[in-house]
Design a protein around this ligand. Sequence first.
Ligand SMILES: [Zn+2]
Length: 375
Amino acid sequence: MDTFSLTDIKKKNLSDVYHYIYSNPGCSKQAIATALTMSLPTVSQHLSTLLSEELIEKCGQLTSTVGRRAVAYQILATARLSIGIEILPRSIYIVALNLYGKKEIKEQYEVTFQPETAYFKKLGNIVKDFLQKHGYKEEQLLGIGLGIQGLTSPDGTQITYGAISNSTGLSIHDFSDAFSTPCKFLHDSECASNIELWENPELKDAIYISLGYHLGGAIIINGELQSGPTGKSGTFEHMTLVPDGITCYCGKKGCAECYCSANSLLDSSQELEDFFAAKDQGDPSCQKRWEEYLDHLSILINNLHMVLECTIVLGGHVTPYFTNEDIELVRQQVSRRSTFQDDTSYIIPGRCRTDSVSIGAAIPFIKDFLNEIGQ
Ligand SMILES: [Zn+2]
């Protein structure tokens, strides 16, 4: 039988104190002691540990009509930072998140992806310049996540399927060797579902469809991402939607990627913003493409909901352009297709509307830190 030592109790108490302050910024020592049923001397001891480690700070005094005014505490949100990078074919986005998972900084750099060592060395230099420019120290970093358009090994050290960018087999070491902090690759749709779970913790079972430039997906069971042994769970993009249809980048025909990705809406060199501006101005070709897009999306959603009856979250680059009417239209179309005439209010737009890949690439390091504090 496992025994729970005095040290374990101390660690747990320290973690509980930190988490209470995290969730209740501006709280007093007495409030912590009451909420956690700890003695005041015990709370004092943990507060001084957390203060000396610069994980929390005093933030003024609470108002009181009687006696001494109590000191208020809050966590130091920038005590640690996590870096997330979205790697796109012609550019990258870098974000620095604080311990609340909020963006401190976001920057875009024009840099063309190349599946070779030189690219990752260049990327490493960009990140180092980014850190220096904003006065961040490497010791502050919890980790650097690289969100990529491809599947990754479970430990994030290798790209296991990168047909879009010819990056299969690339190792993180070309990048990570330049840093003392942990670095990992993450599949972009995994990133997007990470941030959705962070923003919407009550989401237990869900299918996440990432309507990015490339289509992606994720299955969430009991609040956890289910990637499968080799990361292929939730790769809805390669489900056949149209037999012998358009050729996909994977080499097969008629994959959902060819009908439900943002790229499937665009002419070559057209940006999403331009597409939706033209559609809203009544461009018949864009309107037709949008109708077909929603139609194909409704087939995909209906099929997925047959596999797993749960909330279906629509995220990714296309989602910010969805109007309430568009969501309603998708719900109606799915309802018409459904054998069971379901109530389709299970289809919801994602909460994170922008930068979901870069933010979602940084979130796992913050989660780990919060889970492991005091350990
Ligand atoms: Zn495919």
